[in-house]
Design a binder for this molecule. Structure first.
Ligand SMILES: Nc1ncnc2c1ncn2[C@@H]1O[C@H](COP(=O)(O)OP(=O)(O)OP(=O)(O)O)[C@@H](O)[C@H]1O
Length: 237
């Protein structure tokens, strides 16, 4: 599904992503885990071309992302960021409708999909006319996910999606969202610095440090066979 080969990103003389390679299978959730500044967000943003790599290849379904028109590519890749990443002047209904509208969906189909999503995400219909400022943090996050899933993209990227929530809400919202069959069937790449979150959500974890992937594998593999002290310390095993 997603293939990343020897990708490099430099700012001036500093290499912030250094020959990173990984693949993500269809329906898999890969978590990019690591300390602040390890290159997780930069790696994620190269997948949907918000950042262009200096070297290496990234392909989606066998097609090099560089050969695809960036706005079109982004319509096929859902993107969820901290606090939902919602525009303040869009109501919830408008936010969820954004990509389906760009893709030319009929109004009825958009309305049906919007109601289906708020139902699945256990949001009351009354939120549809509200603006993000009038939602709780947990609701904003659910709406952010609804917006990302609206056009049924094959891939969803998430950057610290639960980072703005208090620890209790965070655990609750992530369990609820990741139990959605729709999200389970989608290929997800998620960035976090939270080990518990990574262990709970990941099919595989790529642990990053200094712009490189130190170890990649299932949570159990990293826990039982850490390749070095850094992995052992980070995962506290
Ligand atoms: N536009 C930029 N210009 C210069 N340096 C940058 C730029 N964007 C990111 N960096 C640097 O690249 C490194 C990696 O940043 P990145 O945001 O990918 O890390 P991260 O692992 O996602 O960290 P965090 O969890 O804090 O977001 C950092 O040292 C950062 O300061």
């Amino acid at each position: 599904m997603i293939h990343v080969r020897n990708v490099v990103k430099r700012y001036g003389t500093t290499t912030v992503v250094d020959r990173v390679s990984f693949s993500v299978a269809r329906g898999e959730t890969l978590v990019l885990l690591g300390t602040s500044g390890s290159g997780k967000t930069t790696t994620l943003k190269m997948l949907n071309r918000l950042i262009e790599p200096d070297d290496g290849q990234i392909s989606l379904d066998g097609i090099d992302v560089q050969q695809q028109d960036a706005p079109n590519l982004r319509r096929r890749i859902g993107y969820v960021i901290q606090d939902g990443g919602l525009f303040p002047h869009y109501t919830v209904a408008e936010a969820i409708a954004t990509v389906p509208t760009l893709l030319g969906w009929e109004t009825d189909a958009i309305r049906a999909r919007t109601h289906e999503l708020i139902d699945k995400l256990q949001l009351p219909a009354s939120v549809l006319t509200r603006y993000p400022a009038n939602l709780s943090g947990g609701q904003r996050q659910r709406v952010g996910v609804a917006r990302a899933l609206a056009a049924r993209p094959p891939v969803v990227l998430m950057d610290e999606p639960f980072g703005a929530l208090d620890p209790f809400t965070r655990k609750h919202v992530r369990r609820e969202l990741f139990s959605l069959s729709e999200l389970q069937e989608t290929t997800v790449v998620l960035v976090t610095h939270d080990v518990t979150e990574a262990r709970e959500l990941a099919d595989r974890i790529a642990l990053m440090d200094g712009g490189r992937i130190v170890q990649i594998g299932t949570p159990e593999e990293l826990m039982s066979k850490p390749v070095n002290e850094f992995v052992r310390d980070f995962l506290e095993v």
